[in-house]
Design a protein around this ligand. Structure first.
Ligand code: TTP
Ligand code: MG
Length: 395
């Protein structure tokens, strides 16, 4: 299944914010970092200043020698963070899977977004247009089947770059790029590769894997993959959005196994529905059991395949709870959390990928029930056990 990953990186970020806030600075060499008569380094500079050879991390005094007419400004960290939040808010409208890397760059997994917003390339163009119109800044974008290629793409034609790398053109794009462009290749690895006569990513791709491993170990195997344009790391959202969970506190502490089992079913149902709403599937399922004495235990397990099926979540949660013998004595609270997300595929691709017809039918059933609930309310359709449970629950 081909993923659609977008990487966005703002152009000359701090300097562009300064030019946005001060129209008089526009079109001029702006250098952010502080007073050039003092010690310190350049944080970044406008593209006008880059023409003088000024760049990030250069001592300010050296920047002043290269560009004495430059407008030297202090770092206004708070303001940049504020603009960053505006950017991230726009991104979040197009996917639940946003991974910010710094104030001015982020990955988006658009695989599941295409069904709602149209092709990833169109989404990318909309995002760039909105950032220009609503914020007043320019960005560069890369769209590709994985994170490595997307990030490479956004860097290829800065500023205002928009590069799409597809499985068809990937080897061609990589062919003549210097090996230093590979993620994780710093000066040291680059020097070793040069010694081996490897200068471009194309040369690295054709180099025998065994010899690469002999010389560089694990790193060699990793670079071999990257040189082929392969990278299967998922887009990971920030801590707050890393899990979806639900819990219930009972009116009275209980050790009634039938009741507790029913509660797990109810929780699994709600968690699975929220996963589907956010187009997420999780690999890690955790159960939380708090007893009458407020002692809390959690048990979790990582599945081979990510899921958004309540049947799976319920079965796994029940096994975990039984292994933990439902805690010590009477139970006060039960909870289920799913994490370890991957974007779920579009419906069509999902059907192709699932082999068992039962799974396909279950998936269809889940989506139909979700639709009914969306239209007619939560109570429209419910499993028998859950109705009984709801009458007994506090929340
Ligand atoms: P970058 O994205 O690396 O640089 P940039 O946005 O200024 O320019 P471009 O992407 O168009 O090449 O970094 C983002 C911000 O992070 C940058 O505006 C300032 C800050 N930064 C530093 O403070 N120190 C540094 O050494 C670097 C590289 C960036
Ligand atoms: Mg940038």
């Amino acid at each position: 299944m081909e993923r659609k990953i977008l990487h966005l990186d703002m152009d000359a970020f701090y300097a562009s914010v300064e030019q946005l806030d001060n129209p008089a600075y526009r079109g001029k060499p702006v250098i952010v970092g502080g007073d050039p008569s003092k010690r310190g380094v350049v944080s970044t500079c406008s593209y006008e200043a880059r023409e003088f050879g000024v760049h990030s991390a250069m001592p300010l005094q050296e920047a002043f020698r290269k560009c004495p007419q430059g407008i030297f400004l202090p770092v206004r960290a708070k303001r940049y963070a504020e603009v960053s939040r505006q950017i991230m808010n726009i991104l979040a409208e197009y996917s639940p899977l946003v991974e910010p890397l710094s104030l001015d760059e982020a990955f988006l997994d658009l695989t599941g977004s295409e069904g709602i917003f149209g092709p990833a390339v169109e989404i990318g163009k909309t995002i760039v247009r909105r950032i220009e119109k609503e914020i007043g800044l320019t960005a560069s974008v890369g769209i590709a089947p994985n994170k490595f290629l997307a990030k490479l793409g956004s860097d290829l034609r800065k500023p205002k770059g928009f590069v799409v790398i597809s499985p068809e053109n990937v080897l061609e794009v990589l062919e003549d790029l210097p090996v230093g462009k590979l993620w994780g290749v710093g000066k040291r690895t680059e020097a070793i590769l040069f010694q081996m006569g490897i200068r471009t990513i194309g040369m690295l791709r054709r180099y025998p894997l065994e010899k690469l491993i002999e010389r560089l170990g694990e790193v060699g195997a990793h670079l071999h993959q990257l040189a082929h344009g392969r990278d299967d790391r998922p887009v990971v959202t920030d801590e707050a959005a890393k899990s979806i969970g639900h819990e219930m506190t009972f009116q009275e502490d209980t050790d009634d196994r039938e009741f507790l089992t029913g509660v797990l079913l109810c929780l699994a149902d709600q968690v699975a529905r929220r996963l589907r709403q956010h187009q997420l599937k999780g690999r890690v399922i955790a159960v939380k059991i708090r007893d009458h004495a407020f002692k809390t235990i959690t048990r979790q397990i990582t599945l081979e395949q990510p899921t958004d099926f309540e049947e799976t979540i319920y079965q796994v949660a029940l096994n975990l709870a039984m292994q933990a013998q439902w805690g010590d004595g009477k139970v006060r609270l039960l909870g289920i959390t799913v994490s370890g997300f991957e974007a779920s595929q579009t419906q069509l691709a999902l059907f192709e990928e699932l082999e068992s017809p039962t799974m396909v039918q279950l998936d269809k059933l889940h989506r139909t029930v979700d639709q009914l609930k969306n239209r007619f309310g939560e109570q429209a359709i419910t499993k028998g056990t859950i109705i009984r449970m709801n009458q007994l629950m506090k929340d």
